[in-house]
Design a protein around this ligand. Structure first.
Ligand code: C2O
Ligand code: CU
Length: 501
């Protein structure tokens, strides 16, 4: 139906690699970094912290002088910043005022399947209530057949998500997960941050308060009117020469936004800062380096699933889509009055620039990075050994030779036992698992890579290589997902339905 595709073919240009913006772009590092302010719960009770969230179209001045139409959680991009407390349920009542259905997934949240934002658990707007009959979608990208999902939980206008938050402190994010349209809908703005705090993390002497800042990075491209340009997803065009190939890699823009602002700057004290880096890009991976009058150094204290056992030092940081790196940067190593620029070595041009820090003054700093951060139980596989092969068949991305099918489980992992998963990949993909965090046992015949420490929910698969994971579902049984977090690959069917337990 036309209404369902309207979101996708919303103008934009298609070219190989990065889309080129036609709008007038600001000079990098001239706009201030927006600092996310946590929303206040509507009310807090014994049953949890309650929020109301309206998903709607709105406008934002992302580029100076342009009014850009966005789709946002509460009409902002990024969406409302949620702060949760470990042990306190997070209850979010959503109202969908968009012209399309949405499915919200709390990425890194361990929630029962009914609250996990499965791609067919759609929240329809009132105007499309007549379509809410359990049809999953119509396969715009992958060309897979219309699928009926008998288990889809469809809602109209409102739905309430209850996230138990029986999990440790970590940097999470939430985003749309609608089958076949996630890439287009996230590109329009449907993503936000959620930071979970707990006593263990609070008790450490790490930088806090205004020296603890989440940085949601994503790339976008803008057309001549300053509107978000997304490659048209018209299945009839996928057969056109060059067309399919250009989108097969995923949508990438030439403007890097941090917390929604293009190449921003931030004034910092010459002190330690905790930076919670989130790669919210559809398809772009980053290799970050801090260029300035001191050596580039990031001390990683946490990953997707919270604190690492011990800090890990990196000169550069590789972050694939959806991964989080919680790092401390010590700006006291820089002279007051100097600048340090966060650049992306994985790209050139606009996408090679991220943001800049102005080190303004000397300041007192009572923070420290302890040598031991947390105790993490080491998972040792004792259960089944499974193999997942990420590959391509024409214009379809597949797992174990099959496209996504919401109605038929791809894999049936056991509940409560640690399994050994070998994930093999022909191209590069960010692998993501719902319903459980995992640990990386090794890559090919070597040990885990430098970016594999701690509890992970997303990990980069290198081309032609295999990765070994220890996977243990011990929170909930039921229907979850494993998928590629390149959102265009995901929309082109690179997802596997899991039936746990
Ligand atoms: Cu961040 Cu299944 O997604
Ligand atoms: Cu992929």
């Amino acid at each position: 139906p036309a209404a369902l595709t309207a979101c996708a073919g919303d103008g934009g240009t298609v070219g190989p690699g990065t889309l080129t913006s036609a709008a007038r772009l600001p000079e990098p590092y001239t706009l201030p970094l927006p600092i996310p302010v946590p929303a206040r719960p509507l009310r807090s009770g014994p049953d949890g912290d309650h929020y109301d969230m309206t998903i709607k179209e709105s406008t934002a001045e992302i580029l100076p002088g342009y009014s850009t139409r966005i789709w946002g959680y509460d009409g902002t991009f990024p969406g409302t910043y949620l702060e949760a407390r470990s042990g306190t349920p997070l209850i979010v009542r959503q109202t969908n005022l968009l012209p399309v259905p949405v499915a919200t997934h709390l990425h890194g949240g361990i929630a029962p399947p009914s609250q996990d934002g499965f791609p067919t658990d759609l929240l329809y707007p009132r105007g499309l209530a007549h379509l809410a009959t359990g049809h999953a979608g119509h396969g715009a990208h992958g060309g897979h057949a219309v699928m009926h999902d008998p288990h889809a939980q469809v809602s109209i206008h409102h739905r309430t998500y209850a996230f138990p938050m029986r999990q440790r402190a970590a940097t999470l994010w939430y985003h749309d997960h609608r089958m076949d349209f996630t890439g287009a809908q996230v590109w329009k703005g449907l993503a936000g941050l959620c930071v979970v705090r707990d006593d263990e993390d609070d008790a450490l002497p790490l930088p806090r308060g205004d020296r603890d800042i989440p940085l949601l990075m994503c790339d976008r491209a803008f057309d001549a009117d300053g509107q978000l340009a997304y490659p048209a997803i018209d299945p009839t065009l996928l057969g056109a020469p060059g067309m399919a190939e250009s989108i097969m890699g995923g949508a990438q823009g030439d403007v890097i936004l941090v917390n929604g602002a293009p190449w921003p700057y931030l004034e910092v004290d010459a002190a330690r800062y905790r930076l919670r880096l989130v790669n919210g890009s559809n398809a772009r991976r980053y290799e970050l380096r801090l260029d300035g009058p001191a050596d580039s150094e990031f001390t990683q204290i946490g990953g997707d699933g919270g604190l690492l056992p011990a800090p890990v030092r990196h000169a550069t940081l590789r972050i694939s889509p959806a991964e989080r790196f919680d790092v401390v940067v010590d700006f006291s190593r820089y002279p007051a009055g100097s600048t340090a620029t966060l650049v992306n070595l994985a790209s050139t041009g606009g996408a090679g620039q991220v943001m800049r820090f102005h080190i303004t003054r000397r300041a007192t700093d009572d923070s420290a990075i302890p040598d031991r951060l947390s105790d993490i139980p080491e998972l040792t596989p004792g259960g089944a050994h499974r193999q997942l092969v990420f590959s391509r068949n024409g214009s379809q991305w597949q797992i174990n030779g099959k496209p996504f099918n919401p109605a038929v489980p791809h894999l049936r992992p056991a509940f409560g036992t640690t399994e050994h998963w070998t994930v093999l990949s022909v191209e590069r993909h960010p692998f993501h698992l719902h319903g459980a965090f995992f640990q990386v046992l090794g890559r090919d015949s070597a040990g885990p890579g430098p970016y594999d420490a701690g509890w992970k929910d997303t990990v980069e698969l290198a081309p032609g290589a295999e990765i070994h994971l220890a996977v243990r579902f011990d929170a909930y049984r039921g229907r979850y997902l494993a998928h590629c977090h390149n959102l265009e690959h995901e929309d082109m069917a690179m997802m596997a339905t899991l039936q746990v337990g």
